[in-house]
Design a protein around this ligand. Structure first.
Ligand SMILES: Cc1ncc(COP(=O)(O)O)c(C=O)c1O
Length: 287
């Protein structure tokens, strides 16, 4: 018999399958909510503080005031789910008022706070040895991509288009510049230097992105946060994607063409090992 993982729901820890959310919840009806995903290695949440700060910025950006000890909730949740390598998914919505109305509820309505923990798996040997494939798609998202909003339909459609076309992921293009992947930040490498789009409204300001840039700079690899016209893809030696559940992974085929030599490149290999060593140092991860 498998037991349900422990979740957190509106102030209480309970089994995930015991959580019930109202159909009137504004997260369900309007995608009126924000979320966070925080990895934990060896039972230790990684870069917890920046994740909490980004959650607070997202809440502020959607004018949702919630008093909560986010760090404590996530720490307790990881402990209650037996430590190890996990990720916490935490979502906050504007609650479930009695009436469906676009305007914010006029009566006080408690927000819905939900969190769950799931096992975090290391990427397969195949992905590490051969890399991922991607297609390019138009970035049809809104103009607040820096908010970690649960309104992810454009990202969902981009990812599904990639899957339907036999690829792993989609790299989005807005007004002729590369922005990010369907669920991760985008990088390219040229002549040993890393290029990634600037942290503005067009992308989510990834916590993993900040780790990648920090580790690269600390180890003498030049990094540039600049707009990347789509033509830069054709001359890239390496392309990467990063996120909290994947660290940083190589993309070795884009739109059916090999990137550089079509294999994970040396700069990625270096960054990957710097990343794993850093995690081990900070969290004692088994990775
Ligand atoms: C659209 C998008 N960009 C970037 C990221 C990477 O963010 P982080 O490194 O904080 O996980 C994500 C993560 O889910 C994402 O969905």
């Amino acid at each position: 018999m498998t037991t349900s993982p422990v979740a957190y729901f509106n102030g209480e820890f309970m089994f995930l399958d015991a959580v019930h959310i109202s159909p009137l919840d504004r997260g369900f009806l309007f995608a009126d909510g924000v979320y966070e995903v925080v990895p934990a290695y060896n039972g230790q949440l990684f870069r917890l503080e920046p994740h909490v700060q980004r959650l607070q910025r997202s809440l502020q950006a959607i004018h949702l005031t919630v008093e909560h000890d986010w760090a404590q909730v996530m720490t307790d949740l990881v402990a209650r789910n037996a430590g190890g390598d996990q990720y916490v998914y935490l979502q906050v919505s504007r609650g479930a008022p009695a009436v469906r109305d676009h305007g914010f509820p006029t009566e006080p309505v408690p927000p819905t706070v939900f969190a769950m923990a799931k096992p975090l798996k290391q990427p397969s040997e195949k992905v590490l040895n051969e890399g991922l494939s991607a297609i390019t798609v138009p970035d049809i998202r809104w103009q607040f991509c820096h908010i970690k909003s649960v309104a992810l339909l454009a990202n969902v459609l981009a990812r599904q288009q990639a899957i339907t076309e036999g690829a792993d992921d989609a790299i989005m293009i807005r007004d002729g510049v590369l922005t990010e992947a369907s669920a991760g930040n985008f990088y390219l490498v040229r002549d040993g230097e890393i290029y990634t789009p600037p942290a503005d409204w067009r992308i989510l300001h990834g916590i993993t992105r900040s780790v990648v840039l920090e580790l690269a700079r600390a180890n003498g690899i030049p990094c540039h946060e600049v707009e990347l016209p789509v033509v830069r893809l054709a001359s890239a030696d390496e392309v990467w994607v990063s996120s909290s559940t994947k660290d940083v992974l190589p993309i070795t085929r884009v739109d059916g063409r090999p990137v550089g030599g079509g294999q994970p490149g040396p700069v990625w290999q270096r960054l990957w090992s710097l990343f794993q060593n850093h995690k081990r140092k900070v969290c004692g991860s088994a990775w």
